[in-house]
Design a binder for this molecule. Structure first.
Ligand SMILES: C[S@@+](CC[C@H](N)C(=O)[O-])C[C@H]1O[C@@H](n2cnc3c(N)ncnc32)[C@H](O)[C@@H]1O
Length: 309
């Protein structure tokens, strides 16, 4: 068979790059704007546990895991803050908190919660891949199934490294690679066998949204190349006593055999290597999904699903 030539083939559209923020962020933004009300109603009982200071789908108390330490007086960024439960709780503990999210609808929920809580949380509408703050500004960045699940880690990890001061901490909870290997993305159900290639992990396209996952070795490579050292990796076993709103009882039983989520605690150990800085620059130049960023600076702007975690 010969190669196709002529005007028809020239007009053919190049395949879309699933790792382009234009592709995945626009899709995820639509999804979050549409489902924010449902998510809030369905998961509010879980999110309220421990007054918002709890991790992951099983809401493991921070007082048990002790990942954040004393936050009083610290500059803290919550990446993909949703209704700002963590931001409010840490502000109550004396932190100077910024809650960042790209969804107007979720930020409206956050604004209302902050107003009710009467705490000083700065809310910013921006993408996690382009954080509108200067380098080395924050002491702590956290994300509880926030933007670290829904944005390309090859973009967010360098960006978090940039805004963290040396010695600063990055804590985030997300799905484990085990779950990503065993999950049927259409139904969200966990299978008793792996249903995709470990080496093919990367972009996980659900019918209406896009998530990201890496093999363990790739996570560690990404952290280290961006100046992070791994302090802890927690792989919680599902409790028998409490039901999560994020899992069916069948999937919660699955999570008593294999770790369904990972909670990483990373320390920004030193200057990010040059290669990472170059990638960051290139990433910023390529980014942009039509969200107006707040100007860089201390306070850019004030606004004062069963699953999908
Ligand atoms: C599961 S919620 C996490 C918030 C909170 N911890 C919770 O469980 O409700 C995920 C949040 O991340 C936000 N998000 C997803 N991708 C993002 C991105 N690229 N930049 C900023 N926010 C993003 C969504 O709008 C959503 O509010």
């Amino acid at each position: 068979m010969g190669e196709r030539t002529g005007s028809r083939s020239r007009r053919r559209v190049a395949p879309r790059d699933p790792r382009s923020p234009r592709e995945y962020a626009a899709r995820n933004l639509r999804w979050w704007d549409r489902t924010a009300g449902w998510y809030e109603r369905f998961h509010r009982p879980s999110l309220d546990r421990e007054h918002g200071k709890a991790w992951g789908a099983f809401r493991i108390p921070e007082r048990q895991l002790r990942l954040l330490g004393n936050v009083r007086g610290k500059r803290v960024l919550e990446l993909g803050c949703g209704a700002a439960d963590w931001s409010i709780a840490l502000s109550r503990d004396g932190a100077r908190v910024v809650g960042l999210d790209f969804s107007r609808t979720r930020l409206a929920q956050a604004r209302e919660a902050v107003r009710r809580a009467r705490v000083p949380v700065t809310l910013v509408r921006a993408r996690a891949e382009a954080i509108p703050y200067p380098s080395a500004y924050f002491d702590l960045v956290l994300s509880d199934y926030g933007a670290t699940t829904f944005a390309d880690p090859e973009r967010t990890v360098p960006e978090v490294s940039r805004v963290l001061r040396p010695g600063g901490t990055f804590v985030f909870a997300h799905a484990s690679p085990f779950r990503s290997l065993a999950e049927h993305l259409g139904s969200d159900r966990l299978q008793q066998r792996f249903v995709r290639d470990y080496f093919g992990l990367g972009v996980l396209r659900r019918p209406e949204s896009v998530e990201f996952q890496l093999p363990y070795g790739e996570w560690v490579r990404l952290f280290r190349s961006n100046g992070f050292s791994v302090d802890r990796l927690i792989e919680p076993k599902a409790p028998t006593t409490r039901r999560s709103t994020y899992f069916s009882s069948r999937d919660q039983a699955w999570a008593r055999h294999w770790p369904v989520e990972s909670i990483w605690r990373l320390v920004r150990s030193g200057p990010a290597p040059r290669a990472a800085a170059r990638r960051r620059k290139a990433g910023r130049a390529r980014s942009g999904v039509g969200i107006r960023q707040g100007p860089p600076g201390p306070a850019p702007r004030r606004a004062g699903l069963r699953r999908r975690r």
